[in-house]
Design a protein around this ligand. Structure first.
Ligand SMILES: [Zn+2]
Length: 158
């Protein structure tokens, strides 16, 4: 690939990285996930009547956490692509070593895999996916479980 084109891709990657770093800061910094849950919800606690608020806050944070992880993953990919450009081995699939078509690199500069390998990776992810999704789901379930425990169900059923 021409040096000039590589430089343009490097700049495009840098711009994308800066944007993602902004997203990361917004999510992880003050006012986001950097604040402990208790503070973020103010006076709310699981033991008062605002349980639904707590649960929705928990849900929001789980969602943000997912986005945050995704953002960090993308930043890591961009940095890897930038390193590859700096080292002069950009444009080769990290998995099989084949040259990635320039059209694909132009469309998705941070890609580290050829189309074939990317597809295989996605197939794998499809099958052994949701470690994170389980966590998120569990967090929600768990919160409602706490809610049920503190409600005096037995008094009413006897
Ligand atoms: Zn490949």
């Amino acid at each position: 690939m021409k040096k000039q084109r590589l430089e343009r891709l490097y700049e495009a990657l840098e711009a994308e990285k800066q944007e993602l770093l902004g997203v990361e800061e917004r999510l992880a910094g003050p006012g986001g996930l950097g604040v402990p849950m208790d503070e973020a919800t103010g006076e709310l606690s699981i033991y008062d009547n605002h349980f639904a608020d707590y649960a929705s806050e928990l849900y929001e944070r789980s969602k943000d956490l997912g986005i945050l992880e995704n953002t960090r993953q993308q930043i890591a990919e961009i940095e890897e692509a930038q390193n590859a450009i700096a080292e002069g081995n950009y444009g080769y699939c990290h998995n099989c070593g084949q040259m990635i078509p320039e059209s694909r690199l132009m469309a998705l500069p941070r890609t580290l895999l050829c189309v074939q390998c990317k597809r295989e990776q996605e197939d794998r992810d499809e099958h052994q996916r949701p470690v994170e999704e389980d966590d998120v789901f569990f967090a929600g379930e768990d919160a409602w479980g706490v809610g049920r425990d503190i409600l005096p169900n037995e008094e009413f059923s006897q």
